[in-house]
Design a binder for this molecule. Structure first.
Ligand code: GDP
Ligand code: MG
Length: 296
């Protein structure tokens, strides 16, 4: 007899709905002027925006960033739709007086929590709240080979308190592979010395497999990235790259830089964890603060 009721399709219905609605994933780029933030954003999108004829999206003009602005695209892989919003910020730290130069960025991040909280508390709660909370802050480090700047440490401390911070070494094509390894190690030591608590967190509730993946990622962080606005032909294949006198740096070649590793980290392996920790750790502590302030 056929006693099949079909409960088992319920989960797949919910799953389908979630997939159809898609994810919203918000990243902010922070760092000094000229470190390649806008270029990297462009590179991340270009690597996804392959149009229907299979060509890479045309080069976008370079612009200098004077205000906080968001670039947004829907990217789809298999059945999963992801709205990726990347927030570009003007560089900080290039004024004579760098006092509070991080304020507009921290304010922007908190404003998103605030907007979310307002919607959550409003009487006619929307069934699905548009989520503009920042899930990941890419922090750009100058490829000096020496150490972090004092201003970087101050800004990092402010950022780590409100958002998941993921550091990247900017323009890493200016360093040899050996120099990059040494620099990464040095920076990781500085983070530890200054007790900068960055994503992925040690105290997270991870199973063995996840902990393994996290340790692997931690040995790569800070990601040594290279960005480019140009498409270059290599052996008849069009790639995003930087043409030098001695050859081409292909940003998507994993032996050339960590760009692909960063992209996989963001849009595949750690997407869900970045979204969850934002909600459970950073937003939750903002929310508790705000609600406590109301009670007083
Ligand atoms: P932003 O101020 O951080 O947004 O920096 P931009 O993206 O405007 O880049 C500043 C300059 O650095 C531009 O001339 C870029 O072409 C160049 N640039 C960007 N990314 C890289 C990179 O990965 N390597 C090198 N060598 N130059 C880069
Ligand atoms: Mg810029």
């Amino acid at each position: 007899p056929n006693s099949h009721v079909g409960f088992d399709t319920i989960t797949s219905q919910i799953e389908r709905k979630l997939l159809k609605r898609g994810f919203q994933f918000n990243v902010i780029c922070v760092g000094q002027t000229g470190l390649g933030k806008s270029t990297l954003i462009n590179t991340i999108f270009a690597s996804h925006l392959i149009d229907s004829k299979g060509r890479l999206a045309p080069d976008a003009p370079t612009r200098s960033t004077t205000e906080i602005q968001t670039v947004s695209h829907v990217i789809q892989e298999d059945k999963v739709r992801l709205r990726l919003n990347i927030v570009d910020t003007p560089g900080y730290g290039d004024q004579v007086n760098n006092d509070k130069c991080w304020d507009p960025i921290v304010k922007y991040i908190k404003d998103q929590y605030s907007a979310y909280l307002r919607k959550e508390l409003s009487a006619q709660r929307e069934r699905y709240i548009q989520d503009t909370r920042i899930h990941c802050c890419l922090f750009f480090i100058q490829p000096s080979g020496h150490a972090l700047k004092p201003i970087d440490i101050v800004v990092l401390r402010k950022l780590c308190a409100v958002v998941n911070v993921v550091p990247v070494i900017a323009k890493s094509d200016s360093m040899t592979l050996e120099e990059r390894q040494e620099f990464k190690q040095r920076i990781r030591e500085e983070f530890a010395f200054h007790r900068l608590n960055m994503f992925p967190y040690d105290d997270g509730e991870y199973n063995d497999e996840e902990a393994g993946i996290n340790n692997q990622i931690k040995s790569l962080i800070p990601f040594a990235v290279v960005g480019s606005e140009k498409n270059i032909s290599v052996n008849g294949k069009i790639v995003r790259g930087r043409q030098n006198r001695w050859g081409v740096i292909n940003v998507e070649d994993e032996t050339h830089c960590d760009f692909v590793a960063l992209r996989n980290f963001l849009t595949r392996t750690h997407l869900q964890d970045l979204i969850e920790t934002t909600s459970h750790i950073h937003y939750e502590s903002f929310r508790a603060q705000q609600l406590n302030a109301l009670k007083e």
